[in-house]
Write a protein that binds this ligand. Sequence first.
Ligand code: 5GP
Ligand code: MN
Length: 340
Amino acid sequence: MNLETTEIVKKLLASPQKIVIVGHKNPDGDAIGSCLGLSFFLKDMGHTITVIMPNEFPDFLKWLPGVEGIVIHEREREKSTGLIQDADLVFTLDFNCLDRVGEMQGILENCTAKFVMIDHHQQPATYALATYSDVKMSSTSEMVFHFIEALGQGENLSKEIAINLYTGIMTDTGSFRFSSTSPTTHRVAARLIEAGAESAIINQNVYDTNSPERMKLLGVALNNLVILAEFCTAYITLTQKELDEHNFKKGDTEGFVNYALSVKGIIFAAIFIENKQENIVKISLRSKGYFSVNDFARNHYSGGGHINAAGGKSSQDLSKTVNEFISILPRYKNELTDAS
Ligand code: 5GP
Ligand code: MN
């Protein structure tokens, strides 16, 4: 975090504040881990903190220290709205634009609080008084660590902070695999382990708690895998019916798209998931190397993200969405070649 932003943040936090910390819709491990990690830090400084998420989050994160205090906006609209309207400060974490919070957008736009953004997505919006944005960062959770260090408190990490930030970094880097994982990411992870984050236990809690239904749904997804060798592309589809037959719960399809990307020679992978309730198809995109799925998601699916991981949605039905996807690929033929 640069000196100017650090000075603004120090001034904002100089006296006890009522603070709300907000993550993005469909929160993932990084959104939850970074928000909770920051919440413990700010609480230790003497501020009053509430973490608010727009909607539900997956069961594999429900063991994290502090989850019991999270307010889910979709479940407690009045409480969440009141907290935001009453806040002195709002921290927005792990998203770059207020349209990522769903129906909370208007409430945030109309509140009187000052905003602080901590985020690693491309093209950050300019709503915050203090913006700490760095697209090279592995995760927002890593950035929260740097934020704490910039405020001179890097030696005072509690176990609760360490566990939350480690989980966020681990999940957003695909267990330290993605190219966003830097030497500094590993140094930060080491510091978090020293502060009490037990890597083996965190891995078990996140990755070894699958329900049998989720494993069967993965089987269906893998069965639906389609390879478009000509474009070094692979995609997976899941219909609402397939989800219903496997008692789908939020988070169950997390990571499925990576199986498509793991096929030899594939550099672009997509998963299309039917969501009848929202009347959309939710799309997750992944790539290897220089092919920007952030651009692809922005251009075709009103979405965004990072160069190698992005998402968006389509309001067409599943088969139309997939057909359109296939028809778009020839435009990218030159980029969709396996350089390895
Ligand atoms: P996932 O595919 O795991 O849901 O998301 C991958 C990345 O893309 C994450 O960084 C996420 O924040 C971003 N992302 C996913 N869906 C959307 C979307 O609908 N809009 C935008 N702007 N970003 C998204
Ligand atoms: Mn993230």
